[in-house]
Every structure is written in structure tokens, then in C-alpha cells.
Design a protein around this ligand. Sequence first.
Ligand code: SF4
Length: 132
Amino acid sequence: MEKKLICVSCPIGCELTARIENGVVTSVTGNRCPHGEAYARQEAIDPMRVLPTSVRVIGGELPLVSVKTDQPVPKRLIWQIMDHIRTLSIEAPVKIGQVLAENIMETGANLVATREVRLAQEQSPSRSALFE
Ligand code: SF4
């Protein structure tokens, strides 16, 4: 069997063909460099993706913080990982790059914040309260 793929390792986007026999990639053609072969061998058998999503924040100026895995995780595990991420919450403040979960679902990837969330400002007294 053959699988047609586009290499996403650089902007050239070579059109790759991976030949698969008995669940093993036996050859890759169409790549202009070794990155394409490595990409096709992984993508044809067990595709990997960086997972961007968000996590609940407690006591922050925003209710959610954007996050992503710091390395690709198996695409076949993404829904399980999302179910796990939905159970997480983090207390503000959150810094960019802060690790919110290590080795998520035993994939070796950490979940890191991709933006800052400061503590929620304390409510300032209302105008009328100031003049009472
Ligand atoms: S095979 Fe090499 S040159 Fe072609 S898209 Fe992939 S990284 Fe770029």
C-alpha cells in the first residue's frame, strides 16, 4: 500500500510517497532531504502533533490560559489527553513557559503555558462607597 503525504518540516512541502508493507514503511520517495524521510516514516505509521488548547485558571484576570505540548504527541492519544487536560486547573498568576503538567499521559511531553495570566485585580471600591 502507498500513502501520499506532504512534508511539513519546511516551507518547500515536498510531496512524499510512503510504501507500507505489513505495517512497516519500506520506502519513501519524493523527499529532497532526510527530514522528509523521517517525517514520512513517522506520519505514515503513527502521526504526531503538537497539541494547543487551554486550561482553567483560578483567581486570574482571565478564566483560561492558552497552553501547548512542548513536543508532538501521538495523534491517536489526543482525545485521551484532552479529557485529562479538561480536569486540570491552575492558580494565577501563570507565566509564559510555565509547565502546568509534566510528561502528560506518559508521552514525554510537558504542557506549557503560552501566555501570561496575572492575578485578578481586587475590586476597587465603587464611587459611592468612596464618598460615604
Ligand atoms: S523533504 Fe526536506 S526539503 Fe522537502 S519539505 Fe521536507 S524538509 Fe523540506
